[in-house]
Design a binder for this molecule. Structure first.
Ligand SMILES: CCCC/C=C/CC(=O)SCCNC(=O)CCNC(=O)[C@H](O)C(C)(C)COP(=O)(O)OP(=O)(O)OC[C@H]1O[C@@H](n2cnc3c(N)ncnc32)[C@H](O)[C@@H]1OP(=O)(O)O
Length: 302
């Protein structure tokens, strides 16, 4: 039983070891214990982890300003934090939220996908795969407290959670908008969306690169609750309490039953998926699209 529940994702240890080496090479302290909660509260540069009031729930705050883009350094730090929580039997649930105002996450870091070499693209994509697999198959109850804009990779991250709470603000748009950048969401992004909102709604949303405002996101089933901004965290904790009322073993096995086939599709072809990404992202036409998109983002500031 325990074996069935505790699904392990290959290569995780290697990735984490790589992250520690990278951090050490940059001459930074890896982890800082802090506050009165001692070892239970920890932080890396880009991810804050705070225990919730009852100690069974941790709050992970994404802190990679200005927009929580999912850079390679961020991904490795996030994965290490998540692994620490997974390995600490005291924790049964995690609320994932943003420490950056108005943005949950701007998605994959465009600077990791533009103007780099194939080796870098491969390393980056492996980390993105790892993030999805670790979150999608997590035994913890995951609640995304989406307190701001949530495009593309940010949306993917939120979609791996068991529940999504979105703040009711015009800035809080959510969706897989890859086509707007001239790129294509990979099959496992698509599968995660289809599993959440169904085939027809996904087909439309993916082709048009829709970013749904809160009311529409709720209507299509992309999020489960829309609440005023100052209630996102409290709502997340209250939903968490409901989910934690279910015995872990039954909930975890059910989650695995619902998600394993989707995750296995990627696990079986991780290397091919990395190669596809590297050859796609290296194309001149795709690099040009990314360059134009990056320039547009800069011009927006005036
Ligand atoms: C085969 C390939 C499959 C891969 C799939 C890709 C999935 C992805 O995730 S691609 C990324 C898609 N993301 C987006 O389209 C979001 C882009 N960003 C925005 O729309 C806005 O930045 C956002 C609404 C999130 C926040 O708006 P503001 O608060 O107004 O901030 P700014 O737009 O001024 O941005 C500040 C600063 O951050 C830079 N930035 C923004 N997004 C990204 C990003 N995803 N990666 C890297 N950098 C990003 C932006 O350029 C600004 O930089 P500076 O001008 O240097 O300050």
């Amino acid at each position: 039983m325990a074996l069935a529940v505790r699904m392990r994702v290959p290569c995780r240890a290697l990735l984490c070891a790589g992250a520690q080496l990278r951090g050490a090479a940059l001459g930074r302290p890896e982890w800082a214990a802090g506050g009165g909660d001692g070892a239970r509260r920890f932080a890396s540069l880009r991810v804050l982890v705070e225990p919730g009031a009852e100690g069974r729930v941790a709050v992970m705050k994404l802190k990679n300003p200005p927009v929580n883009s999912l850079s390679l350094d961020f991904l490795t730090e996030f994965l290490i934090s998540l692994e620490k929580l997974e390995n600490d039997k005291a924790f049964r649930g995690v609320v994932i939220t943003s420490d950056c105002p108005n943005v949950f996450s701007a998605g994959l870091d465009l600077r990791e996908m533009y103007g780099r070499n194939p080796g870098h693209y491969a390393e980056y994509w492996k980390a993105v795969q790892e993030l999805w697999l670790r979150l999608y198959l997590s035994n913890l109850v995951l609640v995304a407290a989406i307190n701001g804009s949530c495009p593309a990779g940010g949306c993917l991250m939120a979609l791996t959670s068991d529940v999504r709470i979105l703040s009711d603000s015009p800035k809080s748009v959510i969706g897989l908008n890859e086509t707007l950048l001239g790129i294509v969401a990979p099959f496992w992004f698509k599968d995660t969306l289809v599993n959440t909102i169904g085939h027809r709604a996904s087909e439309r949303a993916l082709q048009l690169g829709l970013l749904f405002p809160p009311a529409e996101a709720l209507q299509v089933g992309l999020v489960d609750h829309v609440v005023p901004e100052d209630q996102v965290q409290s709502m997340a904790l209250s939903v968490m309490a409901h989910w934690l009322a279910i015995p872990d073993h039954a909930r975890q096995l059910t989650k695995a039953m619902m998600r394993k086939a989707t995750a296995d599709r990627l696990i079986k072809q991780r290397e091919a998926d990395i190669q596809n990404f590297v050859s796609f992202i290296s194309r001149d036409s795709i690099q040009k699209s990314l360059q134009i998109y990056l320039e547009k983002l800069k011009q927006k500031k005036g």
